[in-house]
Write a protein that binds this ligand. Structure first.
Ligand code: MLT
Length: 208
């Protein structure tokens, strides 16, 4: 059963620890999509799955796009701040430690997670970005010291150009984030063999 907060449909599954995984789906997904992945990546974490509020031909997304890989930056900016407000409100409601929230995003969800890092530094402690690209150029370079990102990219991804991923990695690094990049030979879809390095990274990297 989904809950509703600040206009977002979401699901919260309590874990055993103080850490929370914010789960952000790809185009056409919903708040339940990544629950299983989140549990596989981190068995003890609280899981917070949220549904994007934009519809593209009936498919939920986190922000509008004008064409493939061409984003409506004004919409993306507004939606990023709305999502940050949702995260703060959900943390309050479910008594989560707001300094221990890590995002796991796939595709469109990874792109808004990247935007959260760039426009709302401090909301996420870390982010796992599966198939992400630089979603927008922020007006000022954020200070991301103390933040970490794992960028998992497919060399043959037809939807996410390698230059877009590279541009994201460069900007995050220039902002002071600790960035780990993992390229696989696959395309846009995830493969099982990508998961162990992410699991290991979540268990160790950037933990306070
Ligand atoms: C996006 O629109 O965020 C990316 O092109 C990925 C996608 O959702 O296909």
């Amino acid at each position: 059963m989904s809950d509703h907060l600040l206009g977002f449909h979401y699901r919260f599954v309590a874990g055993e620890g103080k850490d929370t995984l914010l789960l952000l789906h790809g185009t056409g997904g919903d708040e339940s999509d990544l629950l299983q992945l989140g549990r596989a990546l981190w068995p003890a974490a609280n899981l917070l799955g949220v549904r994007g509020r934009v519809l593209e031909h009936g498919m939920p997304r986190f922000f509008r796009r004008l064409g493939p890989g061409v984003f409506d930056e004004a919409d993306l900016t507004q939606r990023t701040h709305e999502l940050a407000d949702f995260i703060r409100a959900a943390a309050d409601l479910h008594r989560l430690d707001s300094e221990r929230i890590d995002a796991v995003g796939y595709s469109n969800g990874a792109n808004i997670a990247a935007s959260l890092l760039l426009l709302e530094p401090g909301v996420l402690r870390r982010a796992v970005l599966f198939r992400a690209m630089l979603p927008l150029q922020p007006k000022t370079v954020p200070d991301l010291h103390g933040t970490a990102a794992f960028v998992a990219a497919g060399r043959g991804d037809p939807q996410i150009p390698a230059e877009g991923t590279q541009a994201l990695v460069e900007l995050l690094s220039a902002s002071g984030a600790e960035v780990t990049v993992h390229w696989v030979d696959g395309g846009h879809g995830l493969s099982q063999e990508e998961l162990p390095p992410v699991r290991a990274w979540l268990a160790g990297s950037g933990m306070k």
